[in-house]
Design a protein around this ligand. Structure first.
Ligand code: FAD
Length: 468
């Protein structure tokens, strides 16, 4: 059987590309080496972590969040096994959904390791060692990413005591003390899960702030909130060693600006220092496909590698390692292969941290605008002045707009607050249409909603908010 397209990897990049290509009339196969489809995101990433974030938030809410509303409940009891079963069931329904989509769109799925023999030829090696050969006009590499270690430090991850995010979504008991090495999105989300369930959590971060690329004001507020929730945050701290001990593990770090080394002991250490592109065993060298200096598959503006007929999308190429970025690239890729004009607007890719409150961001940060020498204005509105937030006791946080000083075109939006991950999309749509803060500030918003704070922040960008 000759295919129009063979996709290697069935994560959000690969499966979305396959479905879209099949919808556009291409004959498509997907090769996946994991036993189930859906990639990192559905199996061990976005979906299981959000199931645990939601469940642990419910637990924390029952423990501390209801009394002030006049709802008196006895102290909640944790059934971790049941919580994990909820997570597993959520994963299963999502990965089954991808199998259903493959069937519905007549996509052939192959479970096994894909290897590119040459342009037009992919082999699939199953667990039993059997090799199948697929012929195809086009190949899309969507093999995603894997856990990156700590630069310069030899760490042995056993997923029990020294864990990656994969172990972090599957612990069998709540650690007494969890050390999180790396205060980025994944570390702070999983740190929140275990902190809410009763672990003492210490975060050790190399940078001088949490959530590296986020707007400075946002990460400051975020850090304050995490400390308020009981986390011990140590920034400017360079980890130099992570070792197992008789009772757990110890982490040694040095202040980045110099000073004495410190040692922390815990029963579990989570390594969340980032992810790296995954290309092992794909045969890229033999096929002559070039990687860039960070090990990512090098592509042009249309996802094309240096070899005719071989393309790449998702975490394995440049850009933010986010599921929706991979999905949008999957759609654009399929459209290009079908002779259409697929395109991704990299200036408008939202990112969300699913802590409580959430943090959401789209477009430029204030630091980026300053560095680029772009004249901008700022509009801000706090949730303390929003009626719905007061009614829900969800007044932590703010909305911040950044707009061009002369044209008022919105360049970035940042929200810290309950529901930020949903509200950010009205700013994303506004930016996609090249809108101004006045466009949003003059759009009627239902009362009382948290989204009114978005409108008020937009008003504050070009004139004055009403409620402040
Ligand atoms: P992946 O999802 O990594 O899929 C690649 C697939 O390729 C894998 O299934 C792999 O088994 C397969 N593969 C690799 N090599 C081969 C081969 N040779 N043959 C066959 N198959 C192969 N992003 C968000 O946007 N929102 C979130 O909330 C979020 N939460 C996350 C939480 C955690 C704990 C983690 C780890 C990640 C999270 N991410 C989140 C990131 C997100 O998971 C990735 O950006 C996304 O999965 C990338 O999609 P992809 O299709 O490029 O690759």
């Amino acid at each position: 059987m000759a295919y129009d397209l063979v996709v290697i990897g069935s994560g959000p990049g690969g499966y979305v590309c396959a479905v879209k290509a099949a919808q556009l009339g291409l004959k498509v196969a997907v090769v996946e080496k994991r036993a189930t489809y859906g990639g990192t995101c559905l199996n061990i990433g976005c979906i299981p972590s959000k199931a645990l974030l939601h469940a642990s938030e419910m637990f924390a809410h029952a423990a501390h969040g209801m009394d002030a509303l006049g709802v008196e409940v006895s102290a909640p009891k944790l059934n971790l096994e049941k919580m994990m079963a909820h997570k597993d069931a959520t994963v299963k329904s999502n990965v089954d959904g991808v199998s259903f989509l493959f069937k519905k769109n007549k996509i052939d799925g192959f479970i096994g390791t894909g290897k590119i023999v040459s342009a037009g030829k992919v082999t699939v090696t199953g667990d039993d060692g059997k090799v199948q050969e697929l012929e195809t006009k086009n190949i899309v590499i969507a093999t995603g990413s894997d856990v990156a270690g700590i630069p310069g430090v030899n760490v042995e991850i056993d997923e029990k005591v020294i864990i990656s995010s994969t172990g972090g979504i599957a612990l069998e008991k709540v650690p007494q003390h969890l050390i999180v090495v790396g205060g980025g999105v994944i570390g702070m989300e999983l740190g929140s899960v275990w902190s809410r369930l009763g672990a003492k959590v210490t975060v050790v971060e190399y940078l001088d702030k949490l959530l590296g690329g986020m707007d400075g004001e946002v990460s400051k507020q975020f850090q304050r909130m995490m400390v308020k929730q009981g986390m011990d945050i140590r920034t400017d701290a360079k980890v130099t060693g992570v070792e197992k001990t008789a009772t757990g593990a110890k982490v040694t770090y040095e202040p980045v600006k110099g000073g004495e080394a410190q040692t922390l002991e815990a029963d579990v250490v989570l390594i969340s220092t980032g992810r790296k592109p995954y290309t092992a065993g794909l045969g890229l060298e033999e096929a002559g496909v070039k990687l860039d200096n960070r090990g990512r598959v090098e592509i042009d503006g249309h996802f094309k590698t240096n070899v005719e007929g071989i393309y790449a999308i998702g975490d394995v190429v440049k850009g933010p390692m986010l599921a929706h970025k991979a999905e949008d690239e999957g759609v654009a890729m399929a459209e290009i292969l079908a002779g259409q004009h697929g395109h991704v607007n990299y200036d408008v890719i939202p990112s969300v941290v699913y802590t409580q409150p959430e943090v959401a961001s789209v477009g430029k940060t204030e630091e980026e605008l300053k560095a680029a020498g772009i004249a901008y204005k700022v509009g801000k509105f706090p949730f303390t002045a929003n009626g719905r937030a007061r009614a829900m006791l969800a007044t932590d946080g703010f909305v911040k707009f950044l707009a061009d000083k002369d044209t008022d075109r919105v360049l970035g939006g940042h929200i810290v607050g309950f529901g930020a991950g949903e509200m950010i999309h009205e700013i994303a749509v506004l930016m996609e249409f090249g809108g101004s803060s006045e466009d949003l500030g003059r759009t009627c918003h239902a009362h009382p909603t948290m989204s009114e704070a978005v409108k008020e922040a937009a008003l504050a960008t070009f004139f004055k908010p009403i409620h402040m």
